[in-house]
Ligand binder design. Structure first.
Ligand code: PLP
Length: 404
């Protein structure tokens, strides 16, 4: 008789966004006359930029002719894309990353979930709390997290690093030494950013204790302040302790197109074993490459017109972010984020729990956000709103909240 991977059964209850979806659907069914504005899920709403649509069309035409047809893509990605990434995202910022250290993929969710496979099950992970749920859940599925404490909503083998207002939503170095450290900046869900000095402390720490930092920079395009690093490879010594995960989802609207990449420097080693070789092996065995047409669209992101058009798209969302941030602040809420990230993190008023505030906003303002407690125990008492709606809906949502 077959057996299932019992680690899957250890995952607690339903996934955050399905619970939200059920609640919103039930509310809408009971109140069909109400217009519900969704500022919950972090999905983009603006259409693809013209330069990307053109690149997709052109690549589709190529695929339709024998002379220019492309079959399986190279395991690690086409050189035209890896060169564009190395030049624009790294060399232009003074980071020493070569094209052959870049692995093209279908996005940062799969890479951030899969990267743990190349590490021993004995490794201990550390995560920010609150955190993007994929990091912990993928380690639970692998059997690396110990037992679940349903009261505290924590795993026994995971090092949680609280990120609250007292520390500007950036974690302190942990007391217990982890082996794998997940950091995400600009952060989902808190919208906080890390300064280069603080990130350098993490790099120095990881090199000292022999840990690897898994650095998720999916929101890099939203950085607006100087002094905030766009890549962990801006820090000295990162080549021996860091892996960086990037996505085209939020900088170029590719959530439905799917493209991302992971950078593993060749100096990152465990003894004589390069992590680069292990990931190359994993990629080669389990992944057959991002589609040619999508990689051509990715290349267009780095063209002159691409950069200009996408700057406009990011600015559109960040105008929403500052509208939410200022509107709620004026209304007396304690808010953070929204400056280097498309997320606004607010303290729930009057001691409400995150889910109480969710229900209150849904029922009284018909606005949907995400309860902070869904991202980890330190998210309790907080609430996330995203800037990914349309400008008109964002204004209306803020007005409704202000009028409560
Ligand atoms: N990493 C973080 C922190 C995210 O918030 C998200 C998406 O919301 C992702 C990764 C997923 O990115 P992708 O669409 O490339 O899979």
């Amino acid at each position: 008789m077959f057996k299932v991977n019992e680690n899957y059964l250890k995952l607690p209850g339903s996934y955050l966004f399905s619970t939200i979806g059920k609640k919103v659907n039930a509310y809408s069914a009971a109140h069909p006359d109400k217009k519900v504005i969704r500022l919950g899920i972090g999905d983009v709403t603006q259409p693809l930029a013209p330069v990307i649509v053109d690149a997709l069309h052109k690549a589709v035409e190529e695929m339709g002719k024998a002379e220019t047809f492309h079959g399986y893509a190279p395991d690690l990605g086409y050189e035209f894309l890896r060169n564009a990434i190395a030049e624009n995202d790294y060399k232009a910022r003074g980071c020493q990353i070569e094209a052959d250290e870049i692995f093209v993929s279908d996005g940062a969710k799969s890479d951030s979930a899969n990267i743990q496979e190349i590490f021993s099950l004995d490794n201990r992970i550390a995560v920010c709390d609150p955190v993007y749920p994929v990091y912990v859940d993928s380690n639970v599925m692998a059997g690396r997290t110990g037992t679940y404490n349903s009261e505290k909503e924590t795993w026994s083998d995971v090092v949680y690093m609280p990120c609250r207002a007292e520390n500007d939503f950036v974690p302190q170095l942990p007391k217990e030494t982890p082996d794998l450290i997940y950091l995400c900046f600009p952060n989902n869900p808190t919208g906080s950013a890390i300064t280069k000095e603080r990130l350098q402390e993490w790099v120095d720490y990881a090199n000292k204790v022999g840990a690897v930092i898994l650095y998720d920079a999916a929101y890099e395009a939203y950085i607006s302040e100087p002094g905030v690093p766009h890549s962990i490879f801006e820090c000295d010594g990162a080549r021996t302790c860091a892996i960086e995960l990037r996505s085209f989802s939020k900088n170029a609207g590719f959530t439905g197109v799917r493209l991302g990449f992971t950078v593993i420097p060749k100096e990152l080693k465990c003894g004589d074993t390069m992590l680069h070789s292990l990931w190359a092996r994993r990629h080669g065995t389990k992944y057959n490459g991002a589609p040619y047409i999508v990689q051509r669209a990715g290349e267009a992101v780095y063209s002159k017109e691409g950069r200009e058009q996408l700057k406009g798209q990011v600015a559109y969302y960040m105008k929403n972010a500052s509208y939410i941030y200022n509107g709620l602040k004026e209304a007396g809420y304690t808010v953070s984020g929204g400056v280097n990230a498309p997320y606004i993190w607010l303290k729930t008023p009057d001691g409400m729990t995150s889910w109480e505030f969710f229900d209150y906003l849904l029922e009284r303002a018909n606005v949907v956000g995400t309860p902070g407690s869904g991202f980890g125990p330190s998210g309790e008492g907080y609430f996330r709103l995203t800037a990914f709606g349309t400008y008109e809906n964002t204004i209306e949502a803020v007005e409704r909240i202000r009028n409560l």
